[in-house]
Design a protein around this ligand. Structure first.
Ligand code: F6P
Length: 490
């Protein structure tokens, strides 16, 4: 295949753009929507002449590649059937629940798998067409697990990285997947595979041995049977915990309009003594049902004393056509309705439930208004909300209650860590957070803020790309990751 002209190519399920209209010729018009990933990658994209390959987020959306803010954006078209079978089906009905420890039951359908293979090939071909000879290609996440090997097959000259944003499950769970060998072989097309936590990398290495019969040594997987230069390669798997653009979030939260809005939010809530906050995509992995049950018990027990307490729960709409998500919405809304019905009074309700997405400045105001932030996910790759809360708290106040099952728990040890399945333990943690002294809150928040500011998203991208391009070492150290070979069982 002839090479394209870009030295650096990002391949992700979604493009970093919003559709803002249509041209007179009926072509879609986009604008870049800078999320964490694009903010981190924008300087690399500009300096390394970068292209971003991804789906525009709506079915049958075709359109030519276009340049925006120093980036070349290349839309990949998905038909309505592709969206159903590849995105809602295989990605979010099979891999998402499987990789999140089967909190919801994964479904295995051969026609979903066929669509996944077909669409992954389309992404790989689009990336191969953009990449210059010897370019670096960085593939993102579980929707595109087969892309690295497909790319390598077409373009062995490329340097290929893969980053898994979500957890990688233990082999006892991963081995349910009927296509486990193909998935592992797909990822092993990479030179470097990045994970959020060391435990994810360890699980992946074990899956390489068990599902694909590969030999591993420390953090390396040996691929191919011949000697060096004879199709033999070493693939590294290591932890590179993702982060946020902490400085810009802090700046935003320090803006006087945002600070004023935070005070206004508390007033609008009825000036309660204690504001608890949850911010999540409405996803069963986030533990929203557990959180509401725990909050209900806290109110009924009177464990928070005679404080007037409010829980603000932002639950942004997500994957609404997948049944597990529409069922979850029904359940959450039933629980919230009952809780407010049983415990509210005229003019006051304990839960403020917002099934909406908000702009960044409103989120920053909510973070500033909250005394206690509840990030009680049942399973989460990282959880960037936890890091946003910390970055926003330039007043060194507020307490973060954080699930030990979120990747962020590896880094944010000064949070109040909880097991969200342990109802009494989580209730005690929230009670403790609510009555923590100002001095302890400040000490913990300062340490958390140091960590988040030092390890921001720019550093994450630099460390991954530096490691992929052979400049710096990853934070796996190789130690603690077991070695082995020949465990294949099929
Ligand atoms: O956390 C994984 C992830 O795919 C993110 O990359 C993304 O922002 C989020 O889930 C939402 O997913 P979707 O693209 O399916 O709306």
């Amino acid at each position: 295949m002839p090479s394209g002209q870009y030295d650096f190519v990002v391949v992700a399920n979604r493009l970093p753009v919003d559709k803002v209209g249509t041209t007179d010729d009926g072509e879609p018009l986009y604008e870049t929507s800078p999320g964490g990933l694009v903010t981190a990658l924008a300087p690399v994209m500009r300096s390394q002449h970068g292209a971003w390959v991804g789906w525009a987020g709506a079915p049958d959306e075709s359109g030519d590649a276009f340049d925006s803010d120093g980036m070349h954006l290349v839309p990949v078209e998905l038909s309505g059937q592709d969206v159903e079978d590849y995105y809602e089906g295989m990605s979010n009905g099979t891999l998402w629940p499987l990789f999140h420890d089967v909190i919801a039951a994964p479904e295995y359908h051969r026609h979903w798998w066929d669509a996944y293979v077909r669409v992954n090939r389309r992404f790989a071909e689009a990336a191969a067409a953009q990449a210059d000879s010897g370019a670096t290609v960085w593939v993102q996440d579980y929707q595109l697990l087969l892309v690295p090997a497909m790319l390598r097959e077409q373009r062995p000259d490329l340097r290929i990285g893969f980053f898994n944003h979500i957890p990688f499950p233990g082999y006892e769970i991963f081995s349910q997947l009927p296509w486990r060998r193909q998935v592992i072989e797909g990822v092993l097309g990479s030179d470097l595979v990045g994970f959020q936590r060391r435990s994810d990398a360890t699980n992946f290495l074990r899956a390489c041995r068990r599902a694909a019969g590969a030999t591993t040594r420390g953090s390396s997987v040996h691929v191919g049977h011949g000697g060096e230069g004879d199709g033999h390669r070493a693939v590294r798997a290591a932890a590179f915990p993702i982060s946020i653009d902490a400085r810009s979030f802090e700046e935003l939260a320090s803006d006087s309009a945002v600070v004023a809005r935070a005070a206004e939010v508390r007033k609008e809530l009825g000036d309660p003594d204690l504001v608890l906050l949850g911010v999540d995509r409405l996803d069963y992995t986030k533990g929203i049902r557990h959180r509401l049950s725990i909050f209900k018990e806290l109110i009924e027990d009177g464990a928070l004393g005679d404080k007037q307490v409010v829980l603000v729960q932002v639950a942004s709409p997500s994957r609404e056509r997948v049944k597990a998500y529409s069922d979850l919405r029904d359940e959450v809304e039933l629980i919230v309705g009952r809780l407010n019905g049983d415990h509210g009074t005229v003019g006051w309700q304990p839960v403020h439930y917002l099934h909406q997405s908000f702009p960044r400045n409103e989120m920053a105001a909510l973070y500033l208004a909250a005394d206690v932030m509840l990030v009680t996910a049942l399973r989460d790759g990282m959880n960037l909300v936890a890091k946003e809360y910390v970055a926003a708290r330039h007043d060194d106040d507020g307490v973060l209650v954080l699930s030990e099952f979120a990747g962020a728990a590896d880094e944010l040890a000064q949070a109040v860590l909880v097991n969200p399945h342990d109802i009494d333990g989580t209730k005690a943690a929230i009670t403790r957070a609510a009555s923590m002294s100002r001095e302890e809150r400040r000490r913990r928040m300062r340490a958390l803020r140091r960590r988040v500011k030092e390890h921001d998203v720019e550093r994450w991208a630099q460390e991954f790309l530096g490691s992929l391009q052979g400049r710096v070492g990853a934070r796996d150290g190789g130690s603690g990751i077991e070695s082995g070979s020949g465990e294949r069982e099929r």
